[in-house]
Design a binder for this molecule. Structure first.
Ligand SMILES: [Cu+2]
Length: 533
């Protein structure tokens, strides 16, 4: 493992300096013009590719006495993607596709998804093992269908997942969560969006052509066009090529109206700070858990891995032929290269659109004032839990309160970070004393409200229901959440995936008393089946 001076400083020096918070400006270091080993002539250039929309997967439609059910049958397998012009990159994909197709569903329609693992025994590029576990991020699924990391489906098996879709409309995403190799699997393509609609969101926000999925990722390439993987002693992977829906820095044609963009940061480690140039009016309208109480005018936002922000961008005042770039101001402790300050571009066209569409030219102000999560308030009797996100410099392993997923496994999956009763509301303080890293922390099952960050108000773009919180350098974030509607064990982890895999993941239990049989045990309740037939 090659280490830069900066890494040596981080790995060796931080413990010696102490965790009191470093004032040294480690951030936004340009670590070279590129990370890929492609010849310069082959390296993708910004704004050469056309924007590509995520295709939508078609279900088999059925139902029972409780209502409609959509059935999906998906196979995780190897494939090839044309990311670098003139080259084929070996990938892993749902149905072999990168980007994988998206799932669209209406609230109240349940989904049954059969996931086949037809991957080889080892990763074709990285040589890592290929057990998978599929997590629908943003769904209050039962524990046995939540993609519990150790509930693995090995090559030759299948697992049938059930998704309830009773929650409010939101942007979800399904991605691999297999224990210790989530980073490689997601990096190679096992991820896509999942949109749940409801009548409230349909009435307020742009739909169809004007409701656009934007999955951000970053990648680096070997000379032969295959993916390079270097997580820098588990610190993170920072590619030099920014992809939007699997295309490098694409250009999208936009009409002179308001668009709704569902931004998902599917990068393993990189965080973004998107900004438009020239500035276009931007309003955040939904966060991880759906509609915010009120739309929030922003000029930029900080976007960590796995967070979703739905943003309205108004192109109505621009001229035909004008180009609006979506640039990336980045954040401290990313590794930035020549073109990682760019994401994509919008070219304004004069094409017709329906001016009677109420979402075309008017930004809605009030969205979902009655959201139950955003109505939660702290009381003096609530339990407060403190969670420290830390690194053990002797092992290069990350932990939560000094414990790792390894400790959970060693306990027979009994050890928990928290054990609220069903229906309890708690305060979680998540603290990052390190000056050298940021951690997007994801709590499964529930949506939470960010009460404050270092005692100050949350950022404007965070004023909605969340399931991932960016815990920046030296930050202490206070969250409030109500536990339910299911009992059982759920994961909590960092969503910088090399951190998660090594081994910054723990679990909490909801409503499980000591010694009680867990009928929704995430490993035993509905295990994968042989798929050789
Ligand atoms: Cu982390």
């Amino acid at each position: 493992m090659r280490l830069s001076r900066r890494d040596m400083f981080k790995l060796g020096g931080l413990a010696a300096v102490g965790a009191a918070g470093l004032a040294i400006p480690l951030g936004n270091t340009v670590s070279g013009s590129s990370a890929s080993l492609l010849p310069t002539s082959k390296l993708p250039r910004p704004y050469q590719a056309a924007f590509s929309r995520l295709e939508v997967l078609s279900p088999v439609i059925g139902g029972d006495a409780q209502g409609p059910i959509h059935y999906y049958d998906i196979t995780a397998k190897t494939g090839a993607a044309g990311i670098v012009p003139g080259m084929q990159t070996p990938v892993l994909g749902y149905d072999g596709l990168v980007p994988a197709k998206r799932i669209d569903v209406e609230q109240g329609t349940r989904i049954v998804m059969t996931m086949h693992n037809k991957l080889p025994q080892t990763h074709p590029t990285f040589g890592t093992p290929m057990p998978i576990s599929t997590h629908l991020h943003g769904s209050a699924s039962l524990p046995q269908y939540d993609g519990y990391a150790s509930d693995i489906t090995i090559p030759g098996q299948k697992k049938i997942y059930q998704y309830p879709n009773f929650q409010a409309a939101r942007t979800l995403w399904y991605h691999d969560h297999g224990v210790h190799y989530t980073a490689q699997n997601a990096y190679s393509g096992l991820a896509s969006q999942y949109h749940m609609h409801d009548p409230q969101e349909r009435a307020l926000l742009p739909q169809g052509e004007f409701d656009v999925a934007i999955t951000l990722s970053d990648m680096m390439f070997a000379a032969n066009g295959s993916q390079l993987y270097d997580d820098r002693a588990h610190s993170g992977l920072w590619g030099d090529v920014i992809l939007v829906n699997g295309r490098p820095w694409p250009v999208m044609k936009v009409k002179k109206r308001i668009y709704r963009f569902r931004f998902l940061n599917a990068s393993l480690s990189r965080s973004y700070r998107p900004v438009t140039s020239p500035a276009a009016p931007m309003y955040v309208v939904a966060t991880d858990g759906g509609l915010m109480p009120k739309s929030q005018n922003v000029t930029q936002w900080r976007h960590g891995s796995a967070e979703r922000y739905e943003v309205l961008i108004d192109f109505s005042k621009f001229n035909t032929g004008q180009r609006i770039e979506l640039k990336n101001l980045s954040n401290p402790n990313n590794r930035d290269y020549d073109n990682t300050n760019k994401i994509m571009a919008f070219d304004v066209v004069d094409d017709a659109f329906d001016k009677n569409d109420p979402t075309a030219l008017v930004i809605p102000q009030t969205l979902n004032p009655g959201n139950e999560v955003m109505a939660l308030t702290q009381t003096s009797t609530m339990k407060i839990r403190n969670i420290r996100v830390e690194r053990d410099d002797t092992t290069n392993e990350w932990n939560l309160n000094g414990e790792t997923w390894h400790d959970v496994v060693d306990s027979g999956y009994k050890k928990v970070l928290a054990n609220p009763e069903l229906g309890d509301t708690e305060i979680w303080d998540i603290e990052n004393k390190s000056g050298g890293w940021f951690h997007p922390v994801h709590i499964h099952l529930i949506d939470f409200k960010i009460l404050n960050r270092n005692g100050r108000a949350p950022f404007a773009w965070e004023l909605g229901p969340k399931d991932v919180v960016y815990v920046g350098e030296g930050e202490k974030v206070r969250l409030i959440m109500k536990f339910g509607p299911h009992r059982g064990k759920y994961m909590v982890h960092c969503h910088n995936l090399p951190h998660e895999d090594h081994d910054m993941m723990h679990q909490f239990s909801v409503g499980l008393n000591n010694g009680e049989i867990d009928h929704n045990d995430p490993i035993d309740a509905d295990p994968p089946k042989d798929d050789s037939a």
